[in-house]
Design a protein around this ligand. Sequence first.
Ligand code: ZN
Ligand code: ZN
Length: 431
Amino acid sequence: MKTLIKNGHLVDPKNKIDEPMDLLLENGKVAKVGKKLAEKTDREIDAQGKIVCPGLIDMHVHFRQPGYEYKETIETGMRAAVKGGFTGVCPMANTNPVADSRSDMEFMTGEARRLKLIHVWPVGAVTLKHEGKELTEFGELKKGGAIALSDDGRPITDSNIMRRALEYAKKFDLPILVHCQDEGLFCGGCMNEGFVSTKLGLLGIPSESESVEVARDIQLADLTGGRLHFCHISSRRSLEIIRAAKQGGSRVTVETCPHYFHLTDEAVLHYNTYAKMNPPLRTQADVEAVKRALADGTIDVIATDHAPHSENEKNAEFDQAPFGIIGLETSLSLTLRLVEEKILTMTELVRKMSTAPAEILKTGRGHLAEGAPADVTVFDPSLAWTVEKDKIESKSKNTPFMGWKMKGRATDVFCEGRQVLKAGEILKDES
Ligand SMILES: [Zn+2]
Ligand SMILES: [Zn+2]
């Protein structure tokens, strides 16, 4: 199958392309990149007015299978990802049972192969059952398909376990994705500690719960030379510490999520459980700091931390409801707002949503040079749409962005040359 994507505007940060360019895909690879390609092909996509870029990668999602299939399955999660314009996702290990063995990794990759939509690169647990006590067998996890390691959902409290994990993971060249949370300071809180938590009478989590552990982990990364990636950074103080460390030569990488640059803890007013996630939404000063850190490159990656929960679970008292919101289908549009606000260029958006995660995960993707895998996302940056419950592909609908007017959406997605999204509709089983 030969596919020509023509008349589009190609954005490929790694190969320094940001101009009108056609793309020819053949045998699952990029066959040609050039101006006005005139090829005889089986299929033509007219990308006039659209951006063509390397397939988006979300390195932080929760797909809930096995154990919580009523929230999301690998299949429904992948479908939500395709709608959002993603060609690869990394599901975290906090399923039930915790994905801490080679066979758990093989289950995930096997499901992905069977469903044949996009890449699923599973994240293996750092410690057995996420208990923070005993390391898993990193080599076995890698053989099963693990692309990274994480106890996400929980912090690794014991500093010596964290140190050993970084040393051990280095042997297998795997990054450790850390969820920074000082358990003592977290202290069972349910939202950001501040004016709003006081007003609502809810137990707050100080932002230092995150930044204290960020400071520790930078030192452990320096000590061990291990590959450390910070998940969902939300606070100004954390970013100041990371910026200084990076300037001093620390080689850590950092992600944030769209809710941390669009919402503050005021979204929690009226006890809105759809604005409850961990780390919690913080203050306007933190939102500004996240934007600054995105603009100056302190933050490398935009991920979603897509965390589906059922309506019943979220319709609980605020302190009882689970943490987490879905994000796969709104991430691109919410990030495009930063391009409109001139905080990011289109190149920087593509770098943070594709090229950088591909490099951290060493997938060999995230760019579109001739010969590269044909993982391609085509999106219309001006397509207007509204977030509506019955149009959400994910099994769960827990988003604080419900009803928001959005601009920009993926229209066509190719995974190794197979078209999985066509004019905004999911295609399955294209041969
Ligand atoms: Zn987390
Ligand atoms: Zn998470």
